[in-house]
Structure formats: structure tokens, C-alpha cells
Design a binder for this molecule. Structure first.
Ligand code: SF4
Ligand code: MG
Length: 323
């Protein structure tokens, strides 16, 4: 299969050059056209930083490695060339729909904006805005385009943000916690909608989330990040039924049952380390119930996992080899 996005050894540093803070270390990920991949981890794992850096949204970060998208390395493009990629070839959806919308602009003008910026005339932009809103289940789209964001519910606002991301017909959407700010019922509606639209359009989606519970029905593959590294990657089936990494196993225990209404409990005691203060060896070792001596000495590299996929854990020294 052809590759749409190929991130290779992406390393992200912040802070001064003399005392850099390594936020993400040698992150790699491949996506084919139409692939739906979830990037999962706790807050502070580096998943949002990775997603934002693929779009080069933070000029203060130093990025090394390569990000091949659609035949070009995004790290080699000028900021002006990136403007032609962001919101056009790669759509973006972020957590807080209200923050992504201009309260003083009508819904219609905002959905149309990426097309207008690209020079599409108003009548054509309006026609396409109406069509994409209808695709996203917004009834009376022509009338509602004249409304303002505060007149929409949270779920409807996230549909508008999705419409803005889709209107330029991108081949990839990067969605960072797109449903976290919504209540559970609306979360489901928005994910179901994203599922439908991405399948119908053959659209690749990189879904960033801290919540493994939301990815099962939506993505094909899951990559798990911990303390700035990818530590596990597998198909959804393998990840849920045979999770390899102890951290993934812990995250899965934190996924609530469908009948649970109590707040989600984190079952892994402790918190991820600050990027400036990582423990020696495996960054997860202070929280890992299966840690042994080697874990405190050596960083485990990603290797093929026994059930398929990749895992970075010393429990799998000869992983992938037939015994
Ligand atoms: Fe646990 Fe060791 Fe595997 Fe890290 S390398 S996850 S500490 S068993
Ligand atoms: Mg985040």
C-alpha cells in the first residue's frame, strides 16, 4: 500500500539549546490512505505535542527527523508552504470547539473560510459549506449557516469544526481529543459521525486521546505513548485482547464498563515523569509492577511484539521470533 504519512524518528525539543527539554524521542508512525490510527497516552505523554508538531504548529519547538506527507518532508517546507497544507491537505480538529470558533462570525462564514482563503468564490464556497454541513447531519444547513456559534450546542459546534476541517477535502484529519469537552452521549454521536464520514471519504484519521474507551469502535490501529516515546503499537484487536506493554495493560484496566456512571479511575498508581526528570532505563519502571533490574538500567527499544505490532519493554527480549 502507498504511504500517506510517514513520521520517522521525530524528536521534539523545547527550552534552550544548552539545556534542552526532550518532549518526544524518536517517534515513528506510518499511515496509509484511509487508515484510522489512535495515539493514546496520559496527559504529558507527548501525544498532543507530536500531533501539533506534525502540523508544525509550535515554532518554538526544535524538530528533527522527517515527516513525509504526500511525497514531501514537512520539516523541510517553509512556513508559507505549511499554510497551504494546514487546514487544506491536513484538517485539524481540537478539543474545545468554542475555542476554535470565532464568536463574532456566522457559522457559514467560518466553514467557508478555508475555501475563501484559497480563492474560491463565495457562491461556490457557500454551496460546499452547505453540502458538508448536511453530510455531518446539520439539518436546515442553509438557515443555520447564518447563526452564530453561541446559538449552537456543544455537539453541533464540534460538527461545525469538523465541517471546517473537511471542506477542503483533506486526505488526513488530525483530531486532538475532539470529544473530551462533550458529554458522553454527544461524544458518541460525534465519534459515530467521524467514523461514518471517514469511511465514506476514505479519509485517514489520527485520533489523539487519553481515553482508550473511545478508540475501540473507531480506529484500526493504536499507538501508545509514554513519557515522550511510543511504547506499544498494535491493531485494535491485539491491543484490547492481548496487550503487550504493562502500561497498555494498565490503561485498559482504566477503561470503564459501559454500565459505569462513576468517574473514571486511573488504576496505574503514580504519574508520568516530567520530561526533565525521567528515571534511568524504562521511563515506566517506577510505576510498573513487572519491573526488574534491567528496567532500571536500559531503555527498551521498540521490537516486534509476539502477537503482532511493536512493543518497547524488556519483558519481550526475543519478541517476534518463533520459538
Ligand atoms: Fe515494566 Fe520493565 Fe517493561 Fe518497562 S521495560 S514496562 S519497567 S517490564
Ligand atoms: Mg493534550
Amino acid at each position: 500500500a502507498t504511504t500517506l504519512l510517514s513520521v520517522r524518528n521525530l524528536t521534539i525539543e523545547a527550552g534552550s539549546k544548552n539545556s534542552p527539554l526532550r518532549l518526544v524521542d524518536r517517534f515513528s508512525l506510518d499511515m496509509s490512505p484511509g487508515d484510522r490510527v489512535a495515539l493514546v497516552g496520559e496527559s504529558g505523554s507527548g501525544k498532543s505535542v507530536t500531533a501539533r508538531s506534525i502540523m508544525r504548529l509550535d515554532p518554538d519547538f526544535r524538530l528533527t527527523g522527517s515527516i513525509d506527507f504526500d511525497g514531501q518532508d514537512l520539516l523541510k517546507l517553509s512556513e508559507k508552504q505549511m499554510v497551504g497544507i494546514r487546514g487544506h491537505k491536513i484538517g485539524m480538529v481540537f478539543q474545545d470547539p468554542m475555542g476554535a470558533l470565532n464568536p463574532l462570525m456566522t457559522i457559514g462564514d467560518q466553514v467557508m473560510e478555508p475555501l475563501r482563503v484559497a480563492g474560491v468564490d463565495r457562491a461556490e464556497a457557500e454551496r460546499r459549506a452547505k453540502s458538508v454541513l448536511e453530510e455531518l447531519g446539520v439539518a436546515n444547513a442553509a438557515v443555520r449557516m447564518k447563526a452564530y456559534p453561541h446559538e449552537f450546542s456543544g455537539g453541533m459546534r464540534q460538527r461545525v469544526v469538523l465541517a471546517m476541517a473537511l471542506i477542503s477535502d483533506p486526505s488526513l484529519i488530525i483530531a486532538d481529543e475532539p470529544t473530551t469537552a462533550l458529554d458522553v452521549r454527544v461524544q458518541e454521536q460525534v465519534l459515530t459521525l467521524m467514523d461514518k464520514v471517514s469511511k465514506e471519504r476514505g479519509l485517514a484519521v489520527l485520533l489523539i486521546t487519553h481515553d482508550l474507551g473511545t478508540v475501540a469502535g473507531f480506529t484500526d490501529r493504536v499507538a501508545v505513548m509514554y513519557s515522550g516515546r511510543k511504547v506499544d503499537e498494535a491493531s485494535v484487536d491485539t491491543l484490547f485482547n492481548n496487550p503487550a506493554h504493562p502500561y497498555t495493560q494498565g490503561l485498559l484496566q482504566a477503561v470503564p464498563r459501559i454500565d459505569q456512571t462513576v468517574p473514571r479511575l486511573l488504576t496505574i498508581a503514580g504519574a508520568p515523569p516530567h520530561p526533565g526528570n525521567r528515571p534511568t532505563g524504562c521511563a515506566f519502571n517506577p510505576r510498573c509492577s513487572q519491573a526488574f533490574d534491567l528496567c532500571r538500567e536500559q531503555i527498551p527499544e521498540l521490537r516486534p511484539a509476539p502477537e503482532g505490532g511493536m512493543v518497547a519493554c524488556h519483558l519481550y527480549p526475543a519478541a517476534g521470533k518463533e520459538q
